[in-house]
Design a binder for this molecule. Sequence first.
Ligand code: HEM
Length: 135
Amino acid sequence: MSEESVTVHDALGGTAFFLRLADRFYERVRDDAVLLPLYPEPGDLPAASRRLGLFLAQYWGGPQTYNEERGQPMLRARHNPYVIGALERDHWLVCMLSAVNELVADDDIRTQMTEYFAKAAEHLRNDQPLRLVKP
Ligand code: HEM
């Protein structure tokens, strides 16, 4: 058997898949009373959707288009303007996992994505100060 493995990006059909996933996610954000107010410009949701889709395509092994357009992701820093507590994290996850469950048929990939999103959303929680040293 070959050692080479197909990226999740390729297995799901390429960047178009991640753009569609982000669109499905943002359709849910539009109806979410906790998440929608976080977005400064509701008219800008299509642009936000493209940024998320390109980031995810890149993260899962696709082209570096996100970095070319936006620079290094630095996601924690980019989320600083928004207060993300457990409630926001959970609403974000419900919207994303419902989009994943709708679009991803492969059980193994669905599990990988679920684990990634759960960890990443918790990592972006910023409602408590980070303690780098013991008090
Ligand atoms: C797995 C977790 C997450 C990932 C991978 C993610 C990814 C991203 C990316 C790639 C951007 C665009 C950054 C840029 O290029 O400017 C973004 C923006 C944003 N995110 Fe997240 N995010 C996550 C979780 C969250 C959570 C939990 C919230 C709050 C509930 C949140 C709220 C926002 C908002 C309000 C924006 C600004 C919209 C925009 O203009 O792009 N995100 N996120």
